[in-house]
Structures are given as C-alpha cells and as structure tokens.
Design a protein around this ligand. Structure first.
Ligand code: HNI
Length: 147
C-alpha cells in the first residue's frame, strides 16, 4: 500500500479543490497529442487532429480532457486504495482500448506541466514531488490489470 504524508495528502486535496478542470483537461490532453503524436491513434474518432491548432480547437479533445481529469477525482477520493478504485478503468484501457501503458506516464507529465504553469510559484519542488507521486500511483493502478 502507498504511504502518504500529511503534506502530500493536503497538497493533492488543495490542488484538486482549486483546479480549473476544463482548462487543465484540454491543455494537458492537447499537449500529449501534439508532443507525442503516436497517442493520436487512440482518438481516430475525434476527427481533425491535423496540427496543434486543430487539436486545441477540437471539442472532442476538450470533452475527453475533462473526462480524464474527472477520472482523477476517483483517485483523490480514494488515496488509500487507488488500485481498487481503478480496477475497472485499468481493464478498459487494457482490454478494450488497447492503450500502450507507457502512455500513462506521458499524459501524466503533460498534466504536471499544465498544472505547474497555472500554479506558478506555488508549484514548489515539494508540491511537484507530491503531485508526481500521486500521478505515478494513478499510472501504476491503470497498469495493474495489464497482462
Ligand atoms: Ni483514458 C477513456 C481516464 C490515460 C485513452 N480514460 C477514459 C475514461 C476515463 C479515462 C475516466 C472514460 C471511461 C469510460 O467511458 O468508462 N485515461 C484516464 C486517466 C488517465 C488516462 C485517469 C491517466 C491519467 N487514456 C489515457 C491515455 C490514453 C487514453 C494515456 C491514450 C493515449 N481513454 C483513452 C481512450 C478512451 C479513454 C481512447 C475512450 C475514449 C472514447 O471516447 O471512447
């Protein structure tokens, strides 16, 4: 089981209580699709992902970014049992969507960059450490049902 310090718990709760979900969702997913273009293959039904401007302006990217971020709420609410909370989502990404699990880390890094940009100086190294630990645990939970 993952151990969390009081600081880590408080930091995660604080970040998510102030998060601009639509903005972080769109910007993080769009960044992932631009920086790591092979991730576009999973989103063929989203239509026009031709370039960075098309990706940023695509309403399906915005909608799905929001879905992913609200997916993180589940981990925030179940910090002591993230693996169990994500069991179903892990099966979905593995067996139905066939998402290469390496991509979880890439999207997590994009989420970190966008949150850091929005928080500015408040995103201290200690806050970054807590946030990246949280996203690493989420990624491990999403990888759990892969075999
Ligand atoms: Ni992901 C669907 C959460 C990473 C590709 N994804 C979802 C759903 C949630 C979700 C929630 C909706 C499930 C449902 O409909 O029941 N995804 C997350 C989270 C992460 C993540 C929390 C990591 C932080 N997903 C990724 C990555 C990819 C990905 C890295 C591919 C690069 N996800 C998908 C695809 C779908 C999806 C594809 C289905 C989209 C659709 O609309 O059909």
């Amino acid at each position: 089981m993952v151990e969390w310090t009081d600081f880590e718990r408080a930091t995660i709760q604080d970040i998510f209580s102030k998060l601009d979900y639509p903005s972080v969702g769109l910007n993080a997913l769009a960044r992932c699709l631009v920086v790591y273009p092979w991730t576009q293959r999973y989103f063929a039904k989203f239509g026009n992902l031709y370039n960075a401007a098309a990706i940023m302006g695509n309403p399906m990217v915005a909608a799905h970014g929001l879905v992913v971020l609200h997916g993180l709420d589940k981990a925030v609410k179940n910090m002591d049992n993230i693996k169990a909370a994500y069991a179903e989502l892990s099966v979905l990404h593995s067996e139905k969507l066939h998402v290469d699990p390496d991509n979880f880390r890439l999207l997590a890094d994009c989420i970190t960059i966008v949150v850091a940009a929005q928080m500015g100086a408040a995103f201290t190294p200690e806050v970054q450490a807590a946030f990246q630990k949280f996203l690493a645990v989420v990624g491990a939970a999403l990888r759990k049902q892969y075999h």
